[in-house]
Design a protein around this ligand. Structure first.
Ligand code: MN
Length: 128
């Protein structure tokens, strides 16, 4: 079963996203802050990560950086969700290891489409 880690501090958004992804057959782990995302990545071993950028404890960019630095995670794709997607931010997202981003509010369908695309991309291999 394909595993998706969701890090989103807004409880409503987190639940809606989890529900939609589970309905599509994904195994979902959802957390509400950056440190929990780092811990969950290590134990849950997701195939793809949906990462809100504005998160408590450590933000989504820092969490992505730390996750991607862990063995086996370099190629796990990360979709960043951001409320402030300016063109100059894209370089920061990429530098942190995010593979792509969606501006918020992003519909669950939009997130699902990107997740599917990321999983279909050659080189985006699951964690061992
Ligand atoms: Mn947030």
């Amino acid at each position: 079963m394909t595993k998706v880690l969701i890090a989103e501090d807004n409880a409503d958004s987190r639940e809606i996203l989890s529900f939609e992804l589970e309905a599509e057959g994904y195994d979902v782990c959802a957390v509400g802050d950056g440190l929990s995302a780092i811990e969950a990545a290590a134990s849950f071993r997701p195939d793809v990560i949906v990462m809100d950028i504005s998160l408590p404890t450590v933000d989504g960019l820092e969490a992505t950086k730390r996750i991607k630095a862990q063995p086996g995670f370099a190629k796990v794709p990360v979709l960043a969700l951001t409320a402030h997607a300016m063109t100059e931010d894209e370089a920061r997202f990429r530098a942190a290891g995010c593979d792509c981003y969606l501006a918020k509010p992003a519909s669950p369908e939009a997130v699902l489409n990107v997740v599917r695309r990321l999983l279909a991309t050659p080189g985006a291999s699951p964690a061992p």
